[in-house]
Write a protein that binds this ligand. Structure first.
Ligand SMILES: [Zn+2]
Length: 109
């Protein structure tokens, strides 16, 4: 597969930034049999979510080689003075944007 991906800044699985309760984790438990690979227990009925691992596992399952997955290792909640974080700042936080582009396109003959 000739794809590369970049994952932007995101919430890290810091207990101070992204702890979820069973109500939030339940849909992931229902949808992903491997949910324990990207949820780290953090107290009774609470977990921190490792978004990077969750997204990387999905990309790898789709056939994207690990060497072609690039990530930004900045937590939006920890860097809310530079980035927007709905989780850290609430609904009044600004919004981020992403730009996606194809740099080449192979056409079926
Ligand atoms: Zn953080």
């Amino acid at each position: 597969m000739d794809h590369s991906t970049s994952m932007s800044t995101h919430l890290k699985h810091h207990p101070c930034c992204y702890t979820l309760d069973r109500r939030a984790v339940g849909p992931f438990q229902d949808q992903f049999p491997t949910w324990e690979q990207f949820f780290i227990p953090h107290g009774p009925e609470h977990w921190t979510m490792d978004l990077l691992t969750a997204n990387t596992l999905q990309l790898r399952a789709a056939g994207v080689p690990a060497a072609q997955i690039d990530t930004a290792s900045i937590c939006t909640a920890c860097h809310k003075h530079d980035l927007y974080s709905h989780r850290a700042e609430g609904p009044e936080a600004g919004r981020g944007m992403a730009l996606v582009a194809l740099t080449s396109c192979a056409r079926a003959q």
